[in-house]
Design a protein around this ligand. Sequence first.
Ligand code: TYD
Length: 211
Amino acid sequence: MNSIGKLITFEGGDGVGKSTQAKLLVQKLSDLGKKVKFTREPGGEKIGEEIRQILKNSQNIDPVCETLLLFAGRRDHFIKLISPWINQGYFVICDRFYDSSLVYQGILKEVPINDIMKLKQIAVGDFEPDFTILLDASIDVSMQRMFARKITNDDEYDKMDRQKHELIRKGYQKIAEIFSFRYAVINAEKSEKTVFAKVWKALENTIIDGD
Ligand code: TYD
């Protein structure tokens, strides 16, 4: 448990509604008068955002190179934003964190998991999210949402085929089992409101009550 503030991360495949749910949580916490910050990965401060752009614009990037860039961005994000916010007592709500690298670079692109864990250690040390919400939806539902959201987006991630989406979904289910002490797996196929009620219940019973 991070001593002062808390890091709550949202994970899941593309199109499951992470950003929407993360923003609903930010709103809820701020309505309750809590100090809250929203952020996302890849991203963060200047360096992190520039790395996000490099990743979005690169075609056929070598998976190890991609992993190194993601962790360079993560390091910047961690030291410039996440860590100071936690130390100032904020709830930090982050759309993706290093579990995304375990699934996308490790399970999907076969970068050895041990190498990813070594980079995690270099970038953020023993730091871990306090709680992670995995939004889980069938590939049909998440693909429908992706098509509805961005019809003309030609970045690499949106071109992933069905089989890859399935691998990502299964990969997350596996990661959630390994880190079950900090994970809640939530069926994300229902309406925004219904899904958020489940997100809130998972957090209220664990993190928020223990505040
Ligand atoms: P996403 O938040 O889904 O972007 P957008 O808001 O544009 O939909 O993240 C972009 C992609 O980055 C997503 O497909 C997953 C990928 N990604 C990785 O491959 N590894 C990582 O470590 C992270 C954080 C993201």
